[in-house]
Design a binder for this molecule. Structure first.
Ligand SMILES: [Zn+2]
Length: 115
């Protein structure tokens, strides 16, 4: 009887540990995918800005960048939060075109200062 309850306790601890490891892996993957989306949109926006000779602050609708045959075939969504907040204008260097609502998904300014 005592051995069985000990086995059950170990099973619970093992299941909990596996759950924690899975959650850690899953949230890390979603954050990485979110960062990739932000980077891809930023690159698409800078390419579009350069090809159309747009100055910083020029109004820029997301439909100019996303859609069939455009820079991005479809509008990216964060795997955790869904749609991003889009800048309505061409942002300055170091300012991102899209932002995620998730607090742990924000990119450090030191990483994006020249984007
Ligand atoms: Zn995100």
């Amino acid at each position: 009887m005592k051995v069985r309850s000990l086995q059950f306790a170990w099973l619970c601890v093992g299941t909990l540990a596996a759950g924690v490891v899975f959650l850690w892996w899953w949230t890390g993957n979603n954050r990485a995918a979110c960062h990739m989306n932000v980077r891809n949109v930023q690159q698409a926006m800078r390419s579009y800005q350069g090809m159309n000779n747009l100055a910083q602050g020029t109004p820029l609708d997301r439909s100019a960048l996303t859609g069939p045959g455009k820079m991005l075939e479809k509008e990216p969504v964060c795997p955790t939060c869904g749609p991003y907040r889009w800048s309505p204008v061409v942002p300055g260097i170091g300012t991102l075109m899209i932002e995620c609502e998730h607090t742990s998904h924000s990119l450090p300014p030191a990483q994006t200062y020249d984007w």
